[in-house]
Design a protein. Structure first.
Length: 255
């Protein structure tokens, strides 16, 4: 079941169970909607866990309805027009897009990571790609430091893509594409960089081994490929204690 459908089902069932429990145990609680909403959130979180949703959904379920009620009351007290809530939702959607489907949050790579990645680029002109490039900050740093190399970024969330696209104007060796990187072949790239999440890593290594040239390098930020030892692990000197897992693509039959 798709994550968004699982979340909707958990919220609906959580609401039904919460109403039933309050009606049976203490109907007077209906006079305090925030308490009922908190019970609904707890029920929805437990159902979400039973349905096998990722752990980060639990906090969303716990807070969703109570936060909605609180914001509604706050808006009424401050005279905030409902249109502003819609605008806020639209902005979040344009920034994060279908994170529920891709299961890849918006992660941004810092300057220290860019420096570490620049150190593993080949010493000769090459081509590199960032799968899910966000605002393109990492690629702009790499493109500025290695004008002899060509860099490509792919992003599917509209606002980060637009930011990256506009910020890359004037950089001849940097191209930003809008779309799904799973539909893009990787055979022309010497280095593929990915800062995703644990969920797509098994699929990504299959794609890399199928499409990338022997000797090319897959660099995974923070999330290693389960069950496969990297060629090397780079410890980035930053506050996040970032780790870059480097996987060299072997010749067919050499593994």
């Amino acid at each position: 079941m798709l994550p968004l459908r699982t979340a909707a089902l958990a919220q609906i069932l959580g609401g039904v169970i919460a109403v039933f429990l309050v009606q049976i145990a203490y109907p007077r609680l209906f006079a305090t909607p925030l308490v009922v909403a908190t019970i609904q959130g707890a029920c929805a979180a437990m159902i979400s866990a039973k349905l096998g949703a990722p752990k980060w959904w639990l906090g969303i379920h716990l807070c969703f309805l109570p936060a909605a009620l609180w914001l509604t009351r706050l808006g009424q007290d401050l005279g905030i027009e409902p249109l502003w809530y819609f605008a806020g939702f639209a902005a979040l959607l344009l920034i994060f897009w279908r994170t529920d489907r891709s299961q890849v949050p918006l992660y941004l790579s810092n300057a220290a990571t860019a420096a570490a990645l620049a150190a593993v680029l080949p010493n000769v002109p090459c081509q590199a790609i960032d799968l899910g490039c966000g605002d393109g900050g990492l690629l702009r740093r790499l493109a500025a430091g290695r004008p002899d190399c060509d860099f490509v970024g792919v992003e599917h969330a509209p606002l980060p893509w637009l930011w990256a696209k506009l910020a890359s104007i004037g950089r001849a060796n940097l191209k930003i594409r809008y779309g799904n990187f799973w539909q893009l072949r990787l055979d022309r790239f010497d280095l593929v960089y990915a800062f995703l999440s644990p969920v797509p890593m098994p699929r990504l290594i299959v794609k890399a081994r199928t499409e990338m040239r022997p000797g090319a390098l897959l660099v995974a930020n923070s999330f290693a490929v389960p069950g496969i030892a990297p060629e090397r692990v780079i410890a980035v000197d930053d506050r996040r204690t970032t780790r870059l897992y480097c996987y060299r693509i072997a010749k067919p039959g050499a593994e």
